[in-house]
Design a protein around this ligand. Structure first.
Ligand code: ATP
Ligand code: MG
Length: 254
């Protein structure tokens, strides 16, 4: 890309009827950068992801994204009449080989389920299959729309670790939409808050990896983000330091 960025969005507007859901949004993501996108339900996060994925072109403004990009949605969207490995290859140009699907499935720990039917997968397995489908595209930009939203706490932690590992191995840029402030701070280099159709707030997550939720700097960032998201009350920085958080109590309700 000319600018050297993985994503370069300038003055983006997306309206539905006369309502601009995205309104003069600017965003730059560096190659290999992991960015988390937070914001209240309905603020336009999925709309932005669809635009970046090239699935929505009814826009004004400038959008530069890599040619190789992949998206994993909150619901895994597997075709029930195709075996898992065929789902992984679905929509790929050319005549991709089964081996490519197997390799991607092995990366997410699902090699043994390659020939299964989607309906026989657990929720976490289906999410991983969806991730394999994104990885097989060897993206320079990976777009993840609440990929762990429907998982139980333990499966979610495993899936987060998996994404962190894959990102470190692959070195692609990632834009992760999440409602979970703690998840954003565990994974991302930078956290954004979307509001009023644009990026209203952002903060670098300048903490060593693996991240430690009990680190006071982690707590301070969490408190600041929760505050920006309008989650008030018990979430003051002092409260957080004496009361280490869990996923449950830092999730922002949809
Ligand atoms: N195709 C569409 N037609 C009309 N309105 C739409 C369309 N797609 C999205 N919207 C509206 O745009 C707004 C933003 O939707 P979007 O799905 O981007 O929100 P979101 O931030 O992803 O929310 P959530 O956190 O609940 O997933 C919502 O008010 C939604 O109703
Ligand atoms: Mg959404």
């Amino acid at each position: 890309m000319d600018s050297g960025a993985a994503v370069e969005v300038g003055g983006l507007v997306r309206s539905f009827g006369d309502r601009a859901v995205i309104d003069d949004l600017h965003l730059t993501i560096r190659p290999g950068e992991f960015v988390a996108l937070l914001g209240r339900s309905g603020c336009g996060k999925s709309t932005l992801l669809r635009v970046l994925a090239g699935l929505d072109r009814e826009i004004d403004g400038g959008v530069l994204v890599p040619r190789r990009k992949a998206v994993a949605f909150q619901a895994p969207r597997l075709m029930p009449w195709k075996r898992v490995w065929r789902n992984v290859l679905l929509g790929l140009p050319g005549r991709p080989e089964r081996d490519a699907a197997i390799r991607a499935l092995e990366e997410v720990g699902l090699g043994h389920r390659a020939d299964a039917w989607p309906k026989t997968l657990s929720g976490g397995e289906a999410q991983r299959a969806s991730l394999a489908r994104a990885l097989v595209r060897e993206p320079d930009l990976l777009l993840l729309d609440e990929p762990f939203g429907a998982l139980d706490a333990l499966t979610r932690i495993k899936a987060q670790r998996l994404v962190a590992e894959l990102w470190q191995e692959r070195g692609c840029a990632v834009l992760l939409v999440t409602h979970d402030v703690e998840e954003a701070l565990l994974l991302a280099d930078r956290a954004l808050v979307m509001e009023g159709g644009r990026i209203a707030y952002e903060t670098a997550v300048d903490l060593p990896r693996p991240r430690d939720v009990s680190d006071p700097r982690f707590g301070a960032l969490r408190a600041r983000l929760l505050d920006r998201l309008g989650v008030e009350g018990k979430e003051g920085p002092e409260a957080r330091e004496t009361e280490p958080g869990t996923h449950a109590d830092t999730s922002v309700a949809a």
